[in-house]
Design a protein around this ligand. Structure first.
Ligand code: UT7
Length: 329
């Protein structure tokens, strides 16, 4: 067991834009079908923001809901950590825009980048701040406007992604939703499998990068698919061992929603029934670091876990990165 104070999730919130983009809508725009997308990914529709909406706009709505659920006012927040691959701009951080819009005038603010694993990474940082006693209240946000970095003519990626935001409030333990352990991993040798090549210091934005579409997501789907299964399985086994548990002792697996076939293959390798994995990819697609807090909010609202149940959050994404977090509900 880790030392220090206990860190608990005292409030959860999420926000999804209203506009729905269905598989049938996509099949009118490109050479694809509802049948192919549903069968190969489990996705039926995803939410998309209107023009002019930024990631911080979604994040603020999710954060207000999480703060309300925790009965915490914005001025009580000590730190805001936002995980996103679609920041409002390269700098300042999206967390600073959220801080201003919330009126969280006593909070520090920074963004954290671990792609689709980012929420689990950010939760791990929040837990450490709270468990050490350095902070009392940390707001952890996973928010994405994936539609803004998606190349819609590219049928192999554009069918996957959606927009949305989720947030949690982490405070000293109140006996509910305790963050028991976190495990993080990475493999930068496979960075090129999932990346936006242009717009940073390596390949600054230029007319050429825009013309070649290098400012959009590039995904080597099959290789990422294999790595996702290997590493999600591994980090669940590690978490079980660290908690003197068997993997079957987890009451629910709350995975990053990237592809239903990845989730089902991981469950099969672990010898767990697929019904133990929470799934909502059919409604929202892959919302990157927002997917786990959105799932947690649906689980909380639906009372799908009861006090004392043990859940494991598990994520995988670009970097490559992966991580898990065991939560005693
Ligand atoms: O968030 C974390 C990171 N992301 C992921 O974890 C994503 C991981 N990868 C995947 O989910 C899958 O690899 C994809 C869904 C992206 C692709 O599925 P796949 O089963 O690996 O398909 P594929 O790329 O091997 O393509 C199979 C066929 C190809 O046609 P041919 O060469 O066999 O004739 C593709 O051109 O399917 C074709 N195809 C499509 N057909 C209809 C690819 N995309 C589409 C499409 N509609 N949208």
């Amino acid at each position: 067991m880790e030392k220090g104070y206990k860190a608990s999730i005292t409030g959860v919130g999420s926000f999804l834009p209203e506009k729905v983009l269905t598989n049938d809508d996509l099949s009118k725009m490109l050479d694809t079908t509802d049948e192919w997308i549903t069968k190969r990914t489990g996705i039926r529709e995803r939410r998309i923001v209107e023009n002019g909406v930024a990631t911080s706009d979604l994040a603020v709505e999710a954060s207000l809901r999480a703060l309300e659920a925790a009965n915490v006012s914005p001025t009580e927040v000590d730190l805001i950590i936002t995980s996103t691959v679609t920041p409002d701009c390269l700098f300042p951080s999206t967390s600073c825009y959220i801080q201003e819009k919330l009126g969280a005038r006593n909070a520090g603010a920074f963004d954290l980048l671990a792609a689709c694993s980012g929420f689990v990474y950010a939760l791990s940082v929040a837990k450490s701040f709270v468990a050490s006693g350095a902070m009392k209240t940390v707001l952890v946000v996973g928010a994405e406007c994936m539609s803004k970095i998606t190349d819609y003519p590219d049928r192999s990626t554009c069918i996957l992604f959606g927009d949305g935001a989720g947030a949690v409030v982490v405070q000293q333990g109140n006996g509910r939703r305790e963050i028991v352990t976190t495990h993080l991993g990475s493999d930068g040798s496979k960075a090129e499998l999932l990346t936006i090549p242009a717009g940073g210091s390596k390949l600054p934005a230029s007319r050429e990068t825009v013309e070649s579409g290098s400012h959009y997501i590039k995904l080597r789907g099959k290789e990422v698919f294999k790595q996702a299964i290997i590493n999600m399985v591994d980090v669940i086994i590690k978490a079980a061992a660290a908690n003197d548990m068997q993997v079957e002792d987890f009451d629910m697996v709350i995975p990053h929603q990237s592809n239903i076939r990845i989730i089902e293959a991981a469950m099969e390798k672990l010898g767990l029934p697929k019904e133990k994995a929470f799934i909502n990819i059919n409604k929202y697609g892959n919302t990157s670091s927002a997917s786990i807090p959105i799932a947690m909010d649906e689980i909380e609202k639906g009372q799908m876990l009861k006090p004392g149940d043990t859940a494991i959050l598990v994520a995988f994404g670009g970097g490559l990165t992966w991580g898990s977090s065991v939560i005693k509900w």
